[in-house]
Every structure is written in C-alpha cells, then in structure tokens.
Design a protein. Sequence first.
Length: 721
Amino acid sequence: MPTKSKNLLRMGQKKGGRRLTKRQVADAVQALFQAHPGEALNFKYIFKTLKLDTHPAKMLAVDVMEEMAWDDYLSKVDNSSYRLNLKTQVQEGTFIRKANGKNSFLPDDGGKPIFVSERNSMSAMGGDRVRIAMMARRQNHIKEAIVTEILERKHDQAVGILQVEKDYAFLITEGNIFAQDVLIPKKKLKGGKTGQKAVVKITQWPSEESKNLVGEVIDVLGEQGDNDVEMHAILAQYSLPYKYPQRVEEAANKIEPGITPEEIARREDFRDVLTFTIDPADAKDFDDALSIRPLDGLWEVGVHIADVSHYVTEGSIIDKEAQQRATSVYLVDRTIPMLPERLCNFICSLRPDEEKLCYSVIFVMDEEANIKKWHLAHTVIKSNRRYAYEEVQEMLDGKDGDYAKELRLISSMAQKLRERRFQNGAVKFDREELHFDVDEKGHPTRCFFKKSTLATQLIEEFMLLANRTVAESIGRVPKGTKAKTLPYRIHDQPDPQKLENLRVALAPFGYKVKTSGTRGAISRGLNKLMTEAEGRREQKLVETLALRAMMKAKYSTHNIGHYGLAFDFYTHFTSPIRRYPDMMVHRLLTRYQEGGRSANQDHYEELCEHSSEMEQIAQNAERDSIKYKMVEFMADKIGQEFDAHISGVQSYGIYCEIDENHCEGLVGMHDLDGDYYEFDEKNCQLVGRRHHGKYQLGDAIRIKVARANVERRQLDFVLAD
C-alpha cells in the first residue's frame, strides 16, 4: 500500500476516531490506483487496503470512485471494481514552462494544454518531452498533471547573471526558469565575474540523490545592460545561434559568384526585360523581383525568386546549417540570417545592374489581373532598379519617377487580385507592426507602427499569387491520383471555443461575431468586424483579440488549405534566402520538372515540423527583443503621465497601452485603490466588490510610468491622479 495512503488513513479509522473527509479519501484512493496502474481493483480489496471498516467511509469511497470515473480518471470494470484509466491518465507530450510557474503540458495528440504546478514539474524545461500522470480533479479545480518522467531534454543550456562567491558560483536564470539557481564549480566559470551575463550548459539535473542543478559556463556574454549582450542573451535563451560557425563561412567564401555562358544558355533570359525589386529601405537581402512587359495585347508579369538552391546543394555544410536554423531571426536592431552573409547579401541577393540566377513564375495576364497562362522556369535576370517601399508609394500617390507608369499598372493588378481574394473569403488582417529607430549604440530613439500601404500590398499580392500557383501545380491532381510530396503552408479554421470567447469579449463594445456556420460565413463575419472597428478607438484591440481566435499557420506535407488566405493550396516559394521550407519547395519543384519521382513524405514532414517549431521560436525571440526595447525606451520617462487604453485584463491587474507610442505596461492589482477588485474572466473586466466600478478592455485611462525593469523586460504603470 502506498505510504501516502497509509499516512492519510492512520488518523480516522479507529473506532470512535475522527471521521475521514472526502478530500482525504480521494487522495488515498488516487494514491492506491496510481500504485497499481493497469490493475482492476475491487471494492473488497480497496476497503481492506485503505482500512475503511465503517459503512459511511465505504460509501464515501464509492462516491469518490464514481466521480473519478465521470472525470475519466478511473474506468469502471464492473459494478464493484475500477482501474486507472491509463489511456487518458498517462500521456506523453511537450512541457511548456512559464516564468510565473503556471506551466502546462501539451499532449502529443493535439489535445488542450493541462496545468502542471512547479512542485509537480520535475525541473522539466520548456520544450522537453515528458510523460505525465493526471491527478484526480478536485472539486472546483482545473485539471492538473504531474510529470513522472522526462523522456527527452530539448535544451541543456540556460542564460542568466553570474553570482561568484568565495567557494562557489551560481547562475540566476532569466525569468527564474528553475526553482533553484544553477551551481557552477569555480573552475568551470570560464573567467566569468559577478553581474556578467553568461550561457551555462547544465551538466547535472536534479535527481533523488541530489536536488541540485549543476552547470558549466560555455560563453560569457558580457556586462548586463550592454545592447549586444542583451540581444545575444535573448538569442541564447531560445538556443538560437548568435555567431555563424567559421567552417560554414569558409564554405560560403569558396562559392564562385560568376555565371557561366553554359548556365545562361540553360535558362530563360530576362536580362532585357524591365525588372525591379521593392523592399524596406534598410534591406540587404533582396530575394524577390518583379518584371513586366507587354505581350500581344496582354502583359507578362514575372515573379523572380533568388535561385538559392543552385548555390546551396542539398546535404552540404551550408545546407545543414540552414536546415538547423530553418529561418532568419529578426530582432529589433539586427538580423541573424539563415544563410552566411556572402550568400544572402551578395551572391543570391537580386541587386540592381547585376546578372542573377532566379527561379521564376511567369504569368500572362490582362489588365484586370486575369491569368491567361503561366509557367515555371529557371531564369537569369538583371534588375533595372532597386526601390524602397516609400519611393514606390510616392509614385502610386502621383509623383513622377523611374518606371512610374509600369508601377501604377502592376499596382492596379495587385489591387484586383487583393479584391478577389477577399471576395473569395480571405480574412482581412492588415496588422500594424511595431518598429523602433535606434542610434549607433542600439538605444531606441523612437517607436512607431508600420502600416500596410499600396506599395507593400503590390509585392504581397504577387508573392501570394506565385505561392498559390506553384502549390496548385503539385497539389491539384485528378481524383484517385495521389499528389507528389510538397511542403504546404497550412492554416486551420478558428477554434470554435476561441470564437465564442471573442464574441463574449467584444459584446460590451456592441460588436456581434458569427461563431458558427460555413467557413466562408465565419470569415465574412470576421471581415465585417474589422470594417466596423476601423477608425474606432478599440480598433487595435479588436484586431488583436480576433487574431488570437485564429489558429497558427504551419508547414506540413498534409494539405488542408489555408483558411486565412482562403486558398485550397498554398506553399512558401518566394523567400528561400530567409526560410528553409522555400528551399525545400525549390528543390522539389526542380526535381518534378525534370520528371523525378515523388520525394519521401515522412522525411519532408519531419523537416516541416522542425521549420514550424523554429519559426515559432524565432517569433518569440523577436517579441522579447521588442519588449526589451520598449522598456528601454520608457526607462527615462519615469514619473511622466500619458493617455492610454486598457489592452488586457488579468486576475493580477490591467495592461495599458500608451496611445502616443504604443508601449504597454501593467497596473498591478495592488495599485488599483478604492476597492477590492475581482476578475470577471468571461467579460474581460475587473469589477469592484463594494462600489462596482469596472476596468474593462478598451477603456480610456490616464497612467503614470512607475518602473521600467530592463532586466525583466517589465514596464509598470500606476493610475494618474
């Protein structure tokens, strides 16, 4: 019999002793079944083992087991026996660690996350594969699990601040990701000193013999607060590289940039066709270009993509590094490229007045953007002009400039493509992106939102068209025919529960959200919501909440279409310089053009899963760099007051976004004076218990900047008088 059961039941089962509570019986029953997984236990054995010798105690145990069966914790074998429901009670999946201790377990079968408290986490780290056992649910409590085994460690390094004492040292981790600090032997410090940021490899995990975490310094990043140190710390925190391996750089330096006459002869020649690139003003890796020329009363529009796979051969040292990285990472003040700089900014970059190799989708269209025919080809181009988005926008607004007439024509076509896309059910998310201007030391001097313009939409629509077209060419096959393997960019329909949460959250603002019906009806409802919110104070809030209701897009060889774009087939073909899936697509399309057989689907599905995971990690790192710069930007504004609005409501306070610069901070519950506020999760508001005052999403509010903790990337506000 489990020790826990014995201890619980020692107290109340003697004649005349204190009667056991339902909680005590439930804990004892749970411990007993966990000690006998897979075994059917009958009432006689349970009563005898738990020493339940009074009728009330036995009936209480029967009630407890019945409730556990209703909750799927136990399976009923017959009228007088149960067994632990192993199918639902013992699961494998991924551990998600949170800095606030509210960790969770994500089952392999895609089920909903399950709460894991810190004391039940076995020191698992975010991303670790674990086995868990479900705990019997207590009344009025959420489902909870306990980690019973760590199957595979995802990461074995941590980032933090060194504290060096006389006889020992330890690492204080970022966000306190461990329950205790990491001990470091003095001889394993690598010269690190107190207060410096360092990357530490864990060499000993907690066990029954030792509860300590032990590690060794693998890199001293430098002094806390230095911009480069902080950016490298963010990357290291997510196990993202902040240095490029020398051997990979050397391999890139050996690549010959010249194009031979024989290679040109094998390709379609677009060097004499008007071609241009349009990118952000500070971009260096130009991986797409557009060409346009008249053709028999129609227009030929070419979408030309850097032919990276011509230079990066499959299985090479550069390819293996790119595959591992899977994506370029964009922090506020720097790009950590997927490919060595010589490739992404020089050899493959479609720079003006240089001959470049491309993989191109060539469309023949009329001025209404109707496609008459198209083909896929390896090409050679020579860009006539490099534009920044701002230059193109000025010409679209009427200013004269190089090739203004052609730019206006191709923009008109793009708008017709865009219009049809929304008519077909695409969801209209024109999200503003927060950007910073930084000085030479990386310190933010201004923060602002970049909005979608006709110039950005011009490029976006033709890239979407190329991606959709090549995906359809492989995926759309006659009935009864199996399509060849291709990585698709897929996006599932919104989760019905998330849509319902959206409906409830927006009801106080007077918005109605359609939560059921056909796929098209829901997307039309979401677009109607965006239109109604446009120009109103709560517009950004509405867009943010609606975006949260959407599923995340990912890569897969199993196509389900792309809900947000309303495309049955969609892939990523247009950015091989910065995304590995695009390189995979280029290689497979080339293989199939040459008559090759379908590639191994399992192999490519693994690569898709890795790419999806790395994309999410890169986005998290980018978000952390934005948070860091946001707090740094506000650090010299302590005590200043700003107009803001409530952008989030939690049980511990309200998040407020400053109207002027879009920086977001927290007003903690302890700073909300005058009442005791309770969290109304359903309606996204805090409600005063005595005076019934409310703080809810979208409310205008006046705040004062109280604290800016750069180390924790945390901005605290208080209400202004």
